[in-house]
Design a protein around this ligand. Structure first.
Ligand SMILES: [Zn+2]
Length: 261
């Protein structure tokens, strides 16, 4: 990343914040997938479903059904299937372009294209966003914060006490960047803080790309979280719990009745 890119991101993480206090009583983890490859939908989705958990899949509409970097991306039908069983679909721009490269007009056009394509195919709206390449600047952050309930960055960290809705932190769940020992440390910190940890990855495969994870890794992370009493929620449902707190907001895996709303 260029020096200007780093400065833009630094400024965007520190200003124009949309801070909210966290009211969740138990620690929460969210599993998120960017772009997203077919294997995230099929293998990743099944691993979550087998444990009565759901995830958030950030979609770049123009990639649907295509090969991207040699990786097969999910199809319209697979997006529909994920929604049907209660996973969340989020927005990752339409053409998977870093938002600093888009001026305000082009960014607005991208978001409109995403919203129109999603609404036409599946109905409903996209309320969660993730920044392609984790790149961001203040102008885009302000535009996105007005349009989405949350925007997930690639800034590492675990939320505790308060959260910037326009710049959610996240930790890579890549075989190349995290192992079981580091996962255990993250989970312990999460429990200690009663915080919110968001993992992000791309493909889920026995031989993952450098941006992906193996089934073993995501299974280990999920099983560890569940064994420690950590709630596994989509970003949308985690935010509802964080914002409002209380056991009455526990939704578990029954997100399917929400997906059609
Ligand atoms: Zn991406």
């Amino acid at each position: 990343m260029s020096l200007k890119g780093k400065l833009d991101r630094w400024l965007a993480t520190r200003f124009s914040r949309r801070m909210v206090p966290m009211r969740n009583r138990v620690p929460i983890v969210s599993f998120t997938f960017d772009d997203f490859p077919e294997s995230a939908a099929t293998i990743g989705g099944s691993i979550l479903e087998d444990r009565h958990a759901r995830g958030t899949f950030y979609l770049a509409g123009a990639l649907l059904g295509r090969l991207s970097g040699g990786v097969q991306m999910a199809s319209h039908e697979q997006v529909g299937q994920l929604l049907k069983v209660g996973h969340e679909i989020g927005c990752h721009t339409f053409t998977h372009t870093g938002v600093p490269q888009l001026g305000p007009a082009a960014l607005t056009k991208e978001l409109s294209a995403s919203a129109a394509a999603f609404s036409q195919c599946h109905g409903g709206t996209l309320t969660s966003f993730s920044y392609p390449f984790g790149s961001m600047n203040l102008t885009a952050k302000r535009i996105l914060a007005r349009r989405f309930t949350s925007c997930r960055s690639a800034q590492p960290g675990i939320h505790a006490g308060k959260v910037d809705l326009a710049c959610l932190k996240a930790i890579r769940l890549y075989d190349l960047t995290i192992d079981r020992a580091r996962l255990d440390t993250c989970m312990s910190e999460l429990v200690h803080k009663a915080g919110w940890l968001i993992f992000y990855t791309h493909d889920v495969s026995e031989r993952p790309t450098q941006w992906g994870c193996s089934p073993r890794l995501i299974e280990y992370a999920l099983d560890r979280a569940l064994a420690l009493g950590i709630e596994v929620l989509t970003v949308r449902d985690a935010l509802e719990k964080i914002t409002f707190g209380g056991a009455e907001h526990v939704r578990g895996h029954r997100g399917s009745d929400k997906a059609s709303a």
